[in-house]
Design a protein around this ligand. Structure first.
Ligand code: GAL
Length: 982
């Protein structure tokens, strides 16, 4: 028996959209060149309202729309720059690394949303007709085909890269028609698998630029700095003859001629730019020259001879309504926020940003790791088989991407490292890119994280390594091969800022400042990519019905989607502050207080602090120092502190003034601040850059002597001002304040870091806590004992189905006006997990609103996120104490609280406690998916915690370090409750 083989199917006829599956970068575009903001050349912005039509597939509609005279009747419109899915056409998709289409490179799905865009324009009357006009697209996702006046100009891929076409010969004075067909999916999509929303559209500027005859096709500013001699060398290469002028430096030379003059160097801390011009026959190109030399020396990344410490962030471009279509104000807002929070570096994860952003980095001073638009992370699902990065057919596309980045951005002094891309595996394509970049620009170093062998890179870079590993690397004790061992080390991503957190960044910073090899890192990431909508507040993955998505993993930034700083940014600012202020000797703490006579004679200063300049380049002349002396959190005296203009790395011991006489309260402390001495480009005079608090006297336990006795009544027991339920022993009221009696609470709405990333199976506390039943603890009442001067309630707190529990005793006493509650907790059974929290929860009437406290503030803090909490007296409201994490979770605890007042109730802690108040229960907070799910109830719930589990950053990275974990152990803690009248 024989089988007939079926005939081969006919080859698919080439379609008009074959370019979407083309591994080549496209056709028809001009070679890449340097971007510059302005010149005396003419430009016409084509941004604005365009006619728009969306088709479900790439070739559902023919090309006739590109012809002149086509009437787009029935079309709608979109704003350019913009993404059509954020303008009511289709919807966005969020995936972390999974391709939202079958992986069959370079093929793309038939369902390929395609947006046809039309823009009609007239030329301004005096537009030169010499043919030297180009049409520039600064960013189109993912692939475009362009026609002008019916002529097909070509196609391109490379979403976050510029593409230009020569169009001078096609332009008419009036009635020009620009037609752009944009496909959501293309071969290029395989190279753009970054963890972010898939957002098709013309999302950056479209510009018509006139380049007069005799203009430079391209120019390259080489501006180095010799730190030994203080000399800068400038050479501006241009492909046409021209002169280079820098008036402030008396430079007037031929293009291509090097000139060496004394200059002030450019650094991120001292961003000195010199304005100049490249004058060619056709055009005067503005130059902004920053002199600096980047090199690998002594195994370190050095700029101008000095090793730099990156205090960086990873910045995706994001706007909650416009997606990646960023306006200049938003870019500036990012830069100012970064500078004001002591951030000194940006990794442009994971693609070159809008070019104007780099101008801002030059101007305000930020080190930039400029990353290529390349990520193929989804191939990890198949063990990197077929990874385009190791397939020579894709190499031209990779080289095109590298060249478009380097050529566009090469004249920015802020760019100190080129990054080949992110999470693209390893392969020949990367090597080709690195070789090309080195050949074109050897004045910068090369970064890429994904190759453990560091074949193509100048820096050993990792993401999310834990503290212990980072320390091993610092000591050259890791298992890296010899190639990698000699390289400097950075964490290109760490401190995953998803939801509440990141925790443990202060511990990283201690490592970074202790070991030379560690040159800092870049927190992941700058901003939550939430999309604003009414239903969700901010939407995240899955909110648009995506069949594949990664939920709120897209909301993992230091600022909320609307750029409000989250507590994580406030913490980071403090952790990376560039000045260290430490006590050396403090009067009253280490030595007896001065006598009155000593004070009058000026002897007996308040002590000495050591101030250290932690900048790499700047001295401290830009900062003013001030001290204040606080008693019980309130400043009783303040004044300036004279600190010398220390050079980087230098320290000085500075005397504090005599402390004020006769402090009224029980706790005294010094606060020393370093502020901007004058207004700078990025911050006002007085802006706080760094600070420290130094305790003089430690808080004392509140005095209390029990005197009242419990008195039985009708179903109640009274004790001093307290009324208790006689049967359960629960506190019902304190004086006139109704209370839902405090009882033990161990549950918190798991944070994203508690939940952990799904691939991190070890110690993901959120799910394990839930499996153990910590969210449904039961309280068994064992005894209510009213005896002598106390009311004692004995309970056992435990979850169903488990034999472990917490034997808990509440002991109430009173001095007649106050109630003292002492909670004793004894764990039973085998606890294999830390507790989320340990404390009591109580309810107050919903009218409770204003909160005052003495302790840590003004923002929240947890054991490993509270560096930025200042000890002081604070005032807020219940609503304002909530931190609106995009996905609701535990938030809002104020640490180290000694005293708090809320709703007529005063609570004093013995010892200090964590204070949290909210208008919903922890269970409601836990159940909410978005902030809009949270509805205030009639009770304000207050948590007074003796302990909190650390936060860590296990949503992608290590969990809380051991010293921040809250293990079940015998514990005793007390609160004094009283009524505040008035
Ligand atoms: C990294 C990746 C980032 C982001 C992060 C987690 O692996 O480079 O793009 O996905 O993890 O948020």
């Amino acid at each position: 028996m024989s089988f007939r083989t079926s005939p081969r199917p006919p080859a698919t006829p080439p379609s008009a959209t074959d370019y979407t599956e083309d591994v080549s970068p496209g056709s028809g575009a001009l070679p890449p060149r340097a971007w510059y903001a302005a010149s005396d050349a003419r430009s016409l912005s084509l941004n604005g309202r365009w006619d728009f039509r969306l088709s479900p597939t790439a070739d559902a509609e023919d090309d006739s729309f590109a012809a002149r005279g086509y009437e787009p009747g029935g079309w709608s419109g979109v704003e350019v720059p913009g993404h059509w899915v954020l303008q009511g056409h289709g919807s966005p998709i969020y995936t972390n690394h999974l391709y939202p289409f079958p992986v069959d490179p370079p093929r793309v799905p038939t369902e390929n949303p395609t947006g046809d865009h039309l823009r009609r324009f007239d030329l301004p009357p005096d537009w030169p007709a010499d043919g030297g006009t180009v049409l520039r697209f600064d960013g189109v996702e993912s692939c475009a085909r362009v026609w002008l006046n019916g002529t097909d100009l070509g196609t391109f891929q490379g979403s976050r890269l510029p593409h230009e076409f020569a169009v001078g010969h096609l332009l008419e004075p009036g009635g020009n028609v620009l037609a752009v067909r944009v496909h959501q999916w293309s071969a290029g999509s395989y190279l753009e698998d970054q963890d972010q929303w898939w957002l098709p559209g013309i999302f950056r500027d479209v510009t018509l630029l006139h380049r007069p005859p005799g203009s430079a096709l391209d120019f390259f500013v080489h501006a180095s700095y010799d730190h030994h001699e203080g000399l800068g060398t400038l050479r501006v290469d241009s492909d046409v003859d021209g002169r280079v002028l820098v008036p402030a430096l008396d430079i007037d030379v031929e293009a291509g001629t090097p000139v060496t003059v004394p200059v002030l160097p450019w650094t991120a801390e001292t961003p000195r730019l010199y304005d100049g011009e490249l004058v060619t026959e056709g055009e005067r190109v503005p130059l902004r020259v920053g002199f600096r030399t980047v090199e690998l020396a002594d195994g370190l990344i050095k700029v101008n001879g000095t090793a730099v410490l990156f205090k960086g962030v990873n910045r995706h471009e994001w706007h909650p309504e416009k997606g990646r279509a960023l306006d200049p104000e938003t870019m500036l807002a990012d830069v100012l926020l970064m500078k004001r929070h002591n951030v000194n570096a940006v990794r442009t994860s994971h693609y070159p940003p809008h070019p104007a952003f780099l101008d801002l980095c030059d101007t305000y001073g930020l080190w930039v790791v400029d990353e290529c638009d390349l990520e193929t992370h989804g191939f990890t699902e198949q063990g990197w088989r077929d990874n385009p990065v190791d397939d020579p057919r894709w190499t031209p596309a990779l080289l095109d991407r590298a060249a478009r980045m380097v050529e566009r951005d090469k004249n920015h002094p802020s760019v100190v490292l080129w990054s080949l891309g992110n999470e693209a595996g390893t392969g020949r394509g990367l090597t080709a890119m690195a070789e090309w970049i080195r050949g074109r620009d050897n004045s910068r170093l090369i970064h890429y994280e994904g190759d453990p062998d560091c074949r193509d890179t100048d820096v050993y870079s990792r993401m999310y390594a834990d503290h212990a590993e980072v320390e091993r690397i610092a000591r050259h004790q890791d298992d890296g091969g010899p190639g990698r061992r000699r390289l400097p080390f950075i964490l290109c991503e760490y401190g995953h800022a998803m939801g509440n957190g990141p925790g443990g960044i202060a511990d990283y910073q201690r490592l970074f400042t202790s070991y030379d090899r560690l040159q800092g890192g870049f927190v992941w990431e700058w901003i939550d990519h939430g999309i604003r909508d009414e239903r969700h507040g901010f939407a995240y993955g899955g909110d648009f019905g995506e069949e594949l998505h990664d939920g709120n993993f897209v909301c993992d930034g230091l600022v909320f989607p609307d750029r409000t700083p989250s507590p994580g940014l406030v913490e980071y600012k403090k952790v990376i502050e560039p000045v260290r202020i430490e006590p050396v000797r403090i009067e009253g703490r280490d030595l007896p207080s001065p006598s009155g006579a000593d004070r009058e004679s000026g002897a007996g200063r308040g002590g000495t602090v050591r101030v250290t300049n932690g900048y790499d380049f700047a001295d401290l002349s830009g900062l003013a120092f001030e001290w204040s002396y606080q008693v019980d959190g309130e400043s009783v005296e303040s004044g300036p502190l004279v600190v010398p203009a220390l050079a980087p790395g230098q320290s000085a011991e500075v005397e504090l003034p005599p402390p004020p006489l006769d402090p009224r309260g029980s706790e005294a402390q010094w606060t020393v601040r370093a502020t901007l001495a004058g207004e700078t480009a990025w911050g006002p005079r007085g802006h706080v850059v760094a600070w420290a608090q130094i305790a003089v006297t430690e808080p004392a336990s509140p005095a209390f002597t029990p005197s009242a006795r419990p008195a039985p009544g009708d179903g109640v027991i009274t004790l001093g001002p307290g009324t208790f339920d006689a049967r359960t022993g629960a506190l019902l009221a304190l004086g006139g304040v109704e209370v839902v009696g405090p009882r033990l609470d161990v549950w918190r709405a798991p944070t994203d870091n508690d939940n952990g990333a799904h691939w991190q199976t070890d110690a993901r506390h959120g799910p394990l806590w839930r499996a153990l039943g910590l969210h449904r603890m039961r309280h068994r009442l064992d005894a209510v004992e009213a005896r002598d001067d106390s009311l004692t309630v004995r309970t056992r707190v435990a979850p169903a189905a488990r034999d472990l529990g917490l034997r808990t005793r509440y002991r109430w006493t009173s001095d007649g006006t106050r109630l003292r509650l002492t909670v004793s907790v004894a764990p039973e059974g085998r606890w294999t997990l830390p507790l989320p929290r340990l404390g009591v929860r109580l309810g107050l009437p919903g009218s409770a609103d204003r909160v005052t406290w003495l302790g840590g503030g003004p923002g929240e803090g947890y054991p490993d996120t509270m560096t930025a909490c200042m000890n002081g007296r604070w005032e807020s409201t219940v609503d304002a104490m909530q931190t609106p994490y995009v996905r609701p979770q535990e938030n809002g605890a104020r640490p180290g609280v000694r005293r708090a007042e809320i709703g007529g109730l005063r609570v004093e802690g013995d010892p200090a406690f964590w204070f949290t108040a909210r208008r919903w229960t922890t269970e409601q907070l836990d159940a909410a998916d978005h902030v809009t799910d949270l509805r205030p109830g009639g009770t304000v719930w207050v948590n007074l915690d003796h302990g909190q589990q650390g936060i860590g950053s296990q949503s992608c990275g290590p969990g809380a370090l051991p010293q921040y974990q809250l293990w079940a152990a015998p514990a005793e803690f007390s609160f004094l409750f009283s009524e505040v009248r008035g």
